[in-house]
Design a protein around this ligand. Sequence first.
Ligand code: ADP
Length: 277
Amino acid sequence: MSATNLVEEILVEETAGESKSIASQTFPDEVILDIENVSISYSGNPAVKHVSFPIAKNRITSIIGPSGCGKSTLLRSINRMNDFIDGVTVDGNFTYAGHNVYSRGIDPVEVRRNIGMVFQKPNPFPKTIYKNISWGPQINGFTGSMDELVEKSLRQAALWDEVRDRLHESALGLSGGQQQRLCIARALAMEPDILLMDEPCSALDPISTSHIEDLLFDLKRRYTIVIVTHNMQQAARISDYTAFLEMGDLIEFGITDQIFTRPNQKRTEEYVTGRFG
Ligand code: ADP
């Protein structure tokens, strides 16, 4: 089955019986990672239940839903960050490059190299700006020009002009918004396919937030982005696709515009119009 068919099939299934089906629209995106029937629990307590949706390549997918609905749990599972938490069980498939990232024989370090992560709170290393970028590639055996890689990564994260004269100063001297862009640059230096972002703007002021949103828009030309956000305006502004979770269930997945303007599920409508959550 081609990637396009796969997405169409999911959309057909989820919009079956609804008059305003988005399945009839052309849906040309390639699927880079397919989340299939994923359930995740902590010591037997389910946090994510039988969730399936595709992640389209070079697009931004938002995961939205009320606090505690499983957004971060699902996001962290995509690149096996949950491996570090005791008692986590992950069932189902995350099919990426033809393999389930949880299959035996798959190296989780390699998965995380290809699928990077940016966290809610900027977490630069207490080292220089330069070393924040160079450290990961260096331990991964990068043999090219490190200066070029550092510059390229900082440029891609729209930070180069602000830090080019202070590359060897501590990263901790940067503002919160700059630190978050540095963390994005650090993730990009590993040349990932997919960037996972867990509420990357929640600790930032509105101007830094708008910088990051503009940046994400640019980055999707080269990368695929999956972002967890509790900010619905942000999801509506920046994402191409939206998955709405509630209490661990996927209520609806679709093109962002449809989710926000013509949701198929009553629960989605109530959530996006602010009637609950
Ligand atoms: P969200 O990101 O939507 O706020 P989370 O994924 O953080 O939701 O949490 C989903 C559920 O899993 C919640 O009930 C939460 O208490 C539980 N949970 C999250 N992290 C852990 C953990 N490390 N150990 C045990 N339970 C957890």
